[in-house]
Design a protein. Structure first.
Length: 94
C-alpha cells in the first residue's frame, strides 16, 4: 500500500495514509462483524425494553393503552409509520 501512496502528489500523501490506516484498522478489528453483532443483540433487546417502557409510562398516564399510543406516536414522528407499525405489532403481541 505504501508504494501506491508514494506515487501520489505530496499534498495527497498524508490524507491517503490516514485513510489507509483507517481501512487497515477496520479490517484488523473486524468492525463490520462487531457492528452486526450489536445490531443483532439490539433487535432482541428492543421488545422487552418497549414492554417495560409501556408499563412505566402507563403508571404515569393512567392506562397502558394510552402509554402504548404515546410511544407509537413518538416512534412514528422520529422514524416513520412503517417502523411504528412494526413496534405496535410487537407491543400488541406481548
Amino acid at each position: 500500500m505504501e508504494k501506491y501512496i508514494e506515487r501520489l502528489p505530496s499534498w495527497a500523501q498524508a490524507p491517503a495514509e490516514i485513510l489507509a490506516g483507517a481501512a487497515e484498522g477496520y479490517g484488523a478489528h473486524r468492525a463490520s462483524r462487531m457492528a452486526a453483532a450489536i445490531s443483532y443483540r439490539t433487535v432482541f433487546a428492543l421488545a422487552p425494553l418497549l414492554i417495560i417502557a409501556v408499563a412505566v409510562l402507563g403508571s404515569f398516564l393512567g392506562s397502558q393503552e394510552e402509554a402504548q399510543q404515546e410511544i407509537i406516536n413518538g416512534i412514528e414522528a422520529v422514524v416513520g409509520p412503517e417502523v411504528a407499525a412494526i413496534v405496535d405489532d410487537i407491543l400488541t403481541s406481548a
